[in-house]
Ligand binder design. Structure first.
Ligand code: 13P
Length: 293
């Protein structure tokens, strides 16, 4: 088992009250770290590229092939979902054409009717190829890769309408923010999360997973969140480990500057971060995943 779509994995997670980590990748090193950590823990994982990361890495096809080839070369056997994070309409179609297993169409910045219509189109196209779809209602605060959300709470009625398009999982704004949380952050809005979880059957997605206190994440998972998005935590771990390596003068030892040695501490730090977060999400080992997968 390696690349799979996300529909059954996340549905099983919502039903079983656990979540599966969705980690952003930016290059080969991050990809190896995320896959290696998941394999060591024997846990399913979702690996995702933002539009910006895909552009940086050379396009959706390259990203898809990189993940697929890395799975093969590392003998990864746990289920891996290859996903587009916060894609606009064109990006979602491009990722579908490139063979991603799952795409997020993020139409939160469109008038709601247009978000709904375009989500329907993406669902029809993706489902005709066996690909899963995530949609967004309300917006996730903060900025990620140039995509900025004001952080509105999702409307329950809009959540229901988006769910009725047949999407496989739903990202709903409940006070969560991309990037680092400000000191005066009010926390997740559990009243709204409960209203949305009661109104839609689909697994819910918690964006902005970095920096949310563990007890709030656990409570959100117990209420229907099945996909936890993490990017900033890995970025911070990578930057910190790389800085420590350089500040200790290790990049100058021996034969001098060696990019492979320079990238190793940060890569290991991402691996440790993925393992740590997986440890407190209650993610179930592969044996808990339904047989039909
Ligand atoms: P963080 O910035 O909190 O890691 O969130 C990442 C995310 O939600 C990606 O879509």
């Amino acid at each position: 088992m390696s690349l799979v779509r996300g529909t059954e994995l996340f549905a099983a997670a919502r039903k079983g009250h656990y979540a599966i980590g969705a980690f952003n990748t930016n290059n080969l090193e991050w990809t190896r770290a995320i896959l290696g950590a998941s394999q060591e823990l024997n846990l399913p994982v979702l690996i995702q590229t933002s539009m910006g990361a895909a552009k940086y890495m050379g396009g959706y096809e390259l990203c898809q092939q990189l993940v697929e080839a890395t799975i093969k070369s590392m003998n990864i056997t746990v289920p891996v979902v290859m996903h587009l994070d916060h894609g606009n309409f064109e990006a979602a179609k491009a990722a579908i054409a490139a063979g991603y297993n799952s795409v997020m169409f993020d139409g939160h910045d469109l008038p709601f009717d247009e978000n709904l219509e375009k989500t329907k189109e993406i669902v029809a196209l993706a489902h005709s190829k066996g690909i899963s779809v995530e949609a967004e209602v309300g917006s996730i605060g903060g900025t990620e890769d140039g995509v900025t959300g004001e952080g509105e709470l999702a409307s329950v009625d809009e959540a229901k309408q988006l769910a009725a398009t047949g999407i496989d999982y739903l990202a709903a704004g409940i006070g969560n923010i991309h990037g680092q949380y400000p000191a005066n952050w009010k926390g997740l809005n559990f009243d709204r999360l409960k209203e949305i979880a009661d109104a839609v059957e689909q697994p819910l997605v918690l964006h902005g997973g970095s920096g949310i206190p563990q007890d709030q994440v656990e409570k959100a998972i117990s209420m229907g969140v099945a996909k936890l998005n993490i990017n900033t935590e890995c970025q911070l771990a990578f930057a910190k480990a790389t800085r420590q390596y350089i500040e200790a003068g290790k990049d100058k030892v021996g034969k001098g500057f060696d990019p492979r040695k320079l990238l190793l501490p940060g890569t290991n730090a991402i691996k440790d971060t993925v393992k740590e977060i997986d440890g407190w999400m209650g993610t179930r080992p592969v044996k808990m995943v339904p047989e039909e997968l």
